[in-house]
Design a protein around this ligand. Structure first.
Ligand code: GLA
Length: 385
């Protein structure tokens, strides 16, 4: 049974009538990692894995949720003090609260939802959940909030209800995703451009290799990286008042403050300043259909994320090294890091040998097989029924 049918069965079983159905997507990011909260560019796209929710207003001031995947329920009111105990329900609660804070109406509703974004893989299952509900609540209450603000509602949910001081990339990709296109997004101004992206037309495939490793404390380590960047930017700002975020800084200006900030903060900022340029270089390269340059940049990103930003791990470094050894065009850890996937740009003829080698060599080394996901760039949040 497909996800939508499964949800519908549960929904009618539990709540009697039919509801409206909404869907949203997880995301990949070709390049531009940890640049979003530094005011830089990112280059994500929504994928064909996401969240589907059936939802109906219930005439009360309470929300009743059912997670099909966890086979679990949560019920909560809409006041700030009503935060549910279940971590998974806090994403929906946060979306309700952030909508209300922006002057939107949120009437009580019943909902059942399920998803197929692998959890902990760095594919933003949480952003998919947030944007699905942000979109649904907006539509069912006739709030007329635009998609930029819906993305911010998801981001503020992470900040205020889930403890992750994330940037805007995941929620933006999930709200604005368009089939067949990557999105080059300026995270400072939210100006964006769709880039048609069809590696198959050029003999390439994009494949994710999931290490199935998820490190504890990833969110506190993430928040710590963000603080390092802010510290570095603050030090640079003393000499160059125009520097709000690292995206306004030059490499040279960072060098000027090397002795004044902890070495760790320097290395984090050094990675970010390199990455800010790489996103633009990859966009330029793809405009010329130059996949080789794009791929080389991906390797540079991996190096930076591993050695300077320190958000890779042994398993991901192993997969990256293997890709390099096999002449895979581009490969790097994707998303926040601390486990999850590598994203690989692979020539068609190398696809099968690479996947086979990744599976067998990874399993021999770490005792479990990685998972392989082929990626289809798809639409973001929308109503489907
Ligand atoms: C996570 C965050 C994003 C972004 C990436 C790293 O996915 O949610 O905002 O910072 O990490 O690029």
């Amino acid at each position: 049974m497909d996800i939508q049918a499964k949800i519908h069965q549960k929904f009618t079983e539990m709540y009697g009538e039919d509801g409206a159905v909404f869907a949203s997507a997880g995301r990949i990011n070709l390049i531009g990692e940890h640049t979003d909260y530094n005011g830089g560019y990112v280059f994500p796209g929504a994928i064909d894995k996401g969240i589907v929710a059936e939802i109906k207003l219930n005439g009360t001031d309470r929300v009743n949720l059912y997670s099909v995947d966890y086979d679990a329920r949560s019920s909560f009111g809409l006041e700030e003090s009503d935060k549910p105990a279940e971590a998974w329900a806090c994403y929906v609660f946060g979306v309700c609260r952030e909508t209300i804070k922006r002057g939107g109406k949120v009437a009580g509703f019943d909902a059942a939802f399920a998803g197929d974004v692998p959890l902990g893989a760095g594919l933003s299952s949480s952003a998919a959940l947030e944007s699905c509900f942000a979109f649904a609540i907006n539509e069912l209450n006739g709030n007329g909030i635009d998609k930029f603000e819906l993305a911010r509602i998801g981001q503020s949910t992470e900040h205020n209800y889930c403890g992750v001081k994330c940037g805007i990339m995941d929620q933006f990709a999930s709200c604005f995703g368009k089939a067949g296109c990557l999105i080059r997004l300026n995270c400072k101004t939210l100006e964006y451009k769709y880039f048609p992206f069809d590696p198959a037309a050029h003999g390439y495939r994009l494949v994710l290799v999931d290490s199935c490793v998820k490190h504890e404390l990833a969110s506190s380590a993430y928040n710590k990286r963000r603080l390092s960047c802010e510290n570095a930017a603050a030090a640079i700002r003393k000499n160059h008042p125009e520097v709000e975020t690292l995206s306004d800084s030059k490499r040279l200006w960072l060098e000027e403050v090397r002795g004044e900030i902890p070495e760790e903060d320097f290395l984090r900022a050094e990675y970010v300043i390199g990455e800010l340029q790489r996103v633009l270089d990859v966009c330029d390269a793809l405009e010329r259909d130059d996949f080789e340059t794009a791929g080389e940049m991906m390797y540079q990103t991996h190096f930076g994320m591993s050695k300077l930003y320190e958000v890779s791990c042994e398993e991901l470094d192993f997969l990256n090294k293997l890709a390099r050894k096999m002449d895979v065009t581009g490969s790097r850890v994707m998303g926040g890091g601390f486990g999850g996937c590598t994203i690989n740009l692979v020539k068609e003829e190398l696809y099968q040998p690479f996947i086979d080698a990744a599976k067998s060599q990874f399993e021999a080394r770490f005792g479990h097989a990685p998972k392989i996901y082929d990626v289809v760039i798809s639409d973001g949040a929308r109503r489907i029924a």
